[in-house]
Design a protein around this ligand. Sequence first.
Ligand code: GLN
Ligand code: ZN
Length: 784
Amino acid sequence: MKPMTVSSLPVATLGLPRIGPKRELKFALERFWSGQIDEALLQNTAAGLRAANWTRQEMAGVIEIPSNDFSLYDHVLDTSVMVGAIPPAYGWQGGEVPLSTYFAMARGAQPGPANACGCGAATPAGGVPAQEMTKWFDTNYHFMVPEFRRGQTFALASRKPIEHFEEAKAQGVTTRPVLVGPVSFLALGKSADETLDRLSLLPGLLPVYAEVLRALGEAGAAWVQIDEPCLVLDTDERTRDALRLAYETLAREVPSIRLMLTSYFGGLGESLDTVARLPVAGVHLDLVRAPNQFQAALAALPPDRVLSMGVIDGRNIWRADLGHLLDWIEPVVAARDRVQIAPSCSLLHVPMDLESETALDPELRRWLAFAQQKMHELATLGQALAGGRESVQAALDDSADAARSRRTSERIHDKAVAARIEAVTPVMSRRAKPFAERQAQQRQSFALPAFPTTTIGSFPQTAEVRQARAAHTKAEISDADYEAFLRKETEAAIRWQEEIGLDVLVHGEFERNDMVQYFGEQLAGFAFTKSGWVQSYGSRCVRPPILFGDVSRPKPMTVAWWRYSQSLTDRPVKGMLTGPVTILNWSFVRNDVPRSVACRQIALAIRDEVLDLEAAGARIIQIDEAALREGLPLRRSEWQAYLDWAVESFRLCSSGVGDATQIHTHMCYSEFNDIIEAIGAMDADVISIETSRSKMELLGAFSRYRYPNEIGPGVYDIHSPRVPDTREMVDLLGRARERLADGQIWVNPDCGLKTRKWDEVRPALVNMVEAAKALRKTSGQAAK
Ligand code: GLN
Ligand code: ZN
């Protein structure tokens, strides 16, 4: 640990964005994967980003600076690799894990000698799919799900935490390395063998953790931040036993290392007492999400433990009211020796720096803080606590001013929106007819074959598409030229879909930068950044809109593109919208009204669009709710309240249409067994859903709940460059037919295809159409 300076209280960060302020890592990764740069150059870029982050934190006045928060793809994948939890399919033979194996786990690998990830190493014949990916708690960050098997052994297989510690040290920064804790690592994993109790693997895993801690100690680390975010979930006695075992073992085996046990995204709840008694040197609490746990934590935590107060919101971009925070923290610091000030969680989930956002409205900009500004807020708090408020008076005054201006600004409150919300009646959230009657009308109107084929919406966003968009944004090409280009792309996509025989077409979404941003940009109440990128998975980043005020839709958003696309073909083209819950969940949301209220405002705006599409002639309208599940509160006791308003919002936006208009929705996650009733309650005529990565695992839900409407369980994992063959898809559909009636089943990929290349998409969709045709031949025989 660095010597504590007298002028400040220890200020910590728990992790920084790793993608780079200009997404340098993204571009390096993608060049590497496509064979344009070699591993050395990729590693060089990565090292540069780490160095810059360490410097950035030092300059800002952060005392406890993390290392090993950086990852080339995902920190949970890093952990699997660190402990050698690598499924046999990846062909790892022991020893240091090569980058080719790492990326095969992340992205899958094509068969044959030339590896799809561009690293040249041979891959197992037949190729291998990527590990499963899922959302990191209730964020839009995705992690690679660790995979365990019976008899799983662990061995140190990557020294990355130690290497990065040494790298920082060589730069003159003694860091506090971050590790995903052993209990969360096991708890977040999965096993093909459902009877395997993952926590039973803990005794085998702990020696590897001890080895890492020991090596870190030898390298000069005094503290290690160990993340156990699973503690904010509902935990049982088994988990708490595991926790005791883990930290008692590590304290005994490596007494020289002081652990900062870190949880975030919620309160410790029933785990609080256990945590307070663990033999760790410090405990970090998320006091933004769970301020209520503070008094109890204060009482339970022995005075010799360092208390890390997570008071700056790591999940949102609003500036803190520092004076207000000090009112709260000052008495704690006065009464207690060992206190640190920190963000609520890693700053991974906010953009790097507001500085470059010169185009933002100045009034709004004053209300915001990104990672860089949050570090300054922390440093200001630290200084005020050590040297008195006067020592940072100007900064405190400025913070108070900004908070006041936000509370009273007229840019935020729109009377017309309030009036519309008032006027919403229950009838507005119900389709006029029950599903069976709608289905009969829709069948007559569309005359689709059995097992109709469709895609989720987007087609590859090629370099050409992205370049054209960038050139248009920079005004290098005219509106008319850009429009002509998009029309050409759209027309080609429509023609190609007709050619390969898809039944329900999409326009390809070439005009969209992102499924949420595209709508946010056209809605009142949203603002956008130029480079406020946040990592979503691997090299993929999003720029979440900032929902700062009341929402309304000044004019139609998608009707012109739909109309053009439909004019090109006789087959139905879906109108394609993003749903209110997803827009909400993928935005940085105002924190001055409940989320349910903000969501309902968006629902009314989307409803306007749905009705305009229908009026223009659209007979199928898809409203994506990709992010519905990730908005679920982490504690089950809070689920129903969320689902109630989320489902209600979806229904409010979708229920204004006639019976014959077919409403589709799409969700891209497979773990929906536990909310299947709520998904049924959305009453979409058709839902498409991710299932291929988990090999149709979701269908388990249908043994206890009969999904009433139509459903397309995804048969093509679009997160991987791998092209599935027809037989594989027929197989997956065969499994679906064991649980669903033939008349319910649609055939589609897992998700949109924007991140894929045409070379991957073309053969995959041709195979998919073949699979549907194969099924049609057998239809009726296998139906239940
Ligand atoms: N319609 C969107 C697309 O195809 C859906 C994406 C998503 O669900 N994430 O890109
Ligand atoms: Zn999806």
